[in-house]
Write a protein that binds this ligand. Structure first.
Ligand code: NAD
Ligand code: PRE
Length: 296
């Protein structure tokens, strides 16, 4: 049970957490904090938060849990605003998609011996952003990764894990660096690829015809290119090393595919595609039923 939860950035991720916790009556009070009243008033109308304020320091003064759910590029500014007012025993957590950057920023702003920060990442979302897109079951059966550091207070870690479990999520722990490498491979690279594919087509003279005749394959592959450019620009800039190394690996692999096509190596193409198809089919068979059933 949380007395007062303060959410910075009441959008898809912060809003969905608030809805799930409200449904479970897990918080006495959920307060939204942001840059302008328009979005926060909308969040009130949608029943996502109990109240809001634009005053970051006033918001956190008597909070017992603070969640940062703003784009990665806005995290440090929020930390600077709240650091003086944050109560010593208040738990600070985040929902950002990259973990190395926020761990470094918290160390810089709050000090190297700060123990109340629990880095977190719900590995669930969609291409729509904003509080209108928030839903109570977004995290049901999905994974939430916590990346505690040596400093993290075990009690704070347990409290954040308990909060996410209330949403129906499966909570796991992982080292920060591993998180950023793994997510670069399965989330960040696919997004860069989807944006890059659409960008490539936009620059072609036959653009109009290409898009007119695009069907399910294009639609499925490019769904995530409708995601928020601010969020994805920030993820690229804050997890640059891991993403660049994945782009490099993909470029090498693409060049190999190009060579097989150019040299008409049908057997080799077939073998590589068969291996990839099997791996993808196995992934779906192994993980999708777990997620729909909400099992670990
Ligand atoms: N969208 C996803 O699929 C997804 C999944 C997991 C984690 N995340 C992470 O969660 C965070 C939020 O993403 P989202 O999809 O909810 O985005 P969103 O755009 O839906 O919500 C972000 C909110 O933050 C507010 N905001 C932006 N800059 C701010 C600032 N400087 N100060 C205060 N408020 C500010 C926006 O007005 C908005 O209400 C990001 O760090 C993102 O990387 C996103
Ligand atoms: O399903 C989507 O649309 C998402 O973009 C969700 C998704 C992803 O799976 O890559 C995107 C970013 C997050 O940090 C976590 C999850």
């Amino acid at each position: 049970m949380i007395n007062k939860l303060v959410i910075f950035g009441v959008g898809l991720i912060g809003g969905s957490l608030a809805l799930a916790l409200r449904e479970a009556n897990y918080c006495k009070q959920i307060v939204g904090c942001g840059r302008n009243t328009e979005n926060l008033q909308k969040a009130m109308k949608l029943g996502v938060i109990d109240s809001y304020t634009l005053d970051a320091q006033a918001a956190v003064r008597d909070a017992d849990m603070v969640l940062l759910a703003v784009p990665m590029g806005a995290m440090q500014a929020v930390l600077e605003q709240i650091k003086e007012a944050l109560p010593a025993n208040c738990i600070l957590t985040d929902a950002g998609s990259t973990k190395g950057s926020i761990v470094g920023q918290v160390r810089e702003v709050m000090g190297a011996d700060y123990t109340q920060f629990v880095p977190g990442h719900p590995v669930a979302g969609r291409e729509k952003s904003g509080v209108d897109a928030a839903v109570a079951d977004l995290y049901q059966g999905r994974r939430v990764i916590l990346t505690p550091t040596q400093n993290t207070d075990p009690k704070a870690l347990a409290a954040v894990a308990a909060m996410w479990e209330v949403t129906g999520a499966m909570v796991e722990q992982m080292p920060v660096d591993l998180h950023d490498q793994v997510l670069a491979a399965t989330s960040h690279l696919p997004h860069v690829l989807a944006f890059s594919l659409v960008d490539t087509l936009l620059n072609m003279p036959q653009q109009e015809d290409i898009l007119r005749y695009a069907a399910g394959g294009f639609r499925d592959f490019t769904r995530i290119a409708s995601s928020d450019p601010v969020m994805w620009r920030d993820i690229c800039l804050y997890n640059d090393e891991a993403i660049l190394s994945m782009i490099q690996a993909l470029q090498t692999n693409l060049s190999e595919f190009a060579k097989l096509i150019r040299e008409q190596h049908g057997d080799a193409l077939y073998q590589r595609m068969t291996k990839a198809k099997q791996a993808r089919d196995n992934y779906i068979a192994r993980f999708e039923p777990l997620q729909s059933a909400g099992q670990p």
